[in-house]
Design a protein around this ligand. Sequence first.
Ligand code: GLN
Length: 449
Amino acid sequence: QVVQYFLARIEKNQDLNVFLEVYDQEALANAELIQNKIENGTAGRLAGMVIGIKDVLAYKDHGLQSGSKILDGFKSQFTATAIQRLIDEDCIIIGRQNCDEFAMGSSNENSAFGPTLNYADKTRVPGGSSGASAVAVQADLCHASIGSDTGGSVRQPAGFCGVVGLKPTYSRISRWGLAAYASSFDCIGPVTHSIEDAALLLEIMAGLDQYDSTVSNLPVEDYSSVTSTSKKYKIGYFEDAINSEGISADVKANTLVKLEKLKLAGHTMVPISFPKMKYLLPTYYILTMAEASSNLSRYDGIRYGYRNQNAKNLEDLYKKTRGEGFGKEVKKRIMLGSFILSADYYDAYYTKAQRVRRIIKEETEAFFKEVDFIVSPTTPTPAFKIGVKSTDPMEMFLADIFTVHANVVGLPSISIPNGTSAEGLPIGFQVLGTEFGEKNMLEFALNVQ
Ligand code: GLN
């Protein structure tokens, strides 16, 4: 019945353009099997939980296109470790969800399958790149979604859609089976209605994996046991950023009210000055474009998906396939990334950005000597109108100003709903935690939500 309910909701809300494929028959059949397990007392911890997955996660024998034409017709030959662990606990995968091509974007407008609409206002974007994963939860099309966050792609859409989005510490969850965008930034993360659901999904997905040697060997904590407490914290916030010009009046007001409430609740509020914040976006985009240009070289027309049929020779095949298969944003990033990694410019851009990344990490670690958490709005504005930023890359990049920090330094971060603007658009509140401090961060989020 639960699966049927969601299938009917998906059918009714097709205009949102959330699912690229719905596994209706399979989901119903699995529901039947899991129902039996429940009756026999052998069901897993997620029995009956209906989950949608972003189109960057491998699910054996199912389509995987990363929102791109270049993977037309491609089917996964294995299942991502994170997804397999959820399946092993008897969740039901209901379908794969639209996203920006190769997770590059902040509005879901870069998908080869067209934009996804925000359920709160269908003239607005849902954020990106896991935009559809957030709308799926917002519009009640499944219980939870699994997305990926390279610079905010789980938290920024969660903020725009009024749901919870969690990015764990880098290396907490295996990236095996996640289509690579920028490997030293990419994290899998859940989008959910509640902090408790996010904690449970994290607990199940996290931990060592023989297929990804970068996964941390620190033990996975029992995140799902978190409950709210009345602990008092030292809470840092970037005063200048919250008061800066780029923040819309409604987001600023909403955030200041939240900070005031936290103060009244007895927490110690610590303003932090972070002049290097202006280097976050340049550092992030230089490094992610460099990594993307390398990662995406595998799409050559030979090994995966789409292939141009009129090529005269091998080089022509590469050129035509990549020229036709990739969208504009992806091509732009591959070209810039190749430039950044080229012999003449490597030191000027790539090496320098790596150094800045290290300095920002050290400075952020120093902040955490003074405070337990750093809070901010998730985004500088609520969801914007479809089309308004797609011609201005700098404007679009600014949508990630608060979220990229966590990825540049590899720390965990969560976006929780924090009311709405006067127009009724959701506004998100973001928490940045300490390395592998997910459990404390989740408890804190529960305490201050
Ligand atoms: N919007 C950012 C980008 O385009 C972040 C995307 C992401 O986290 N995958 O790179």
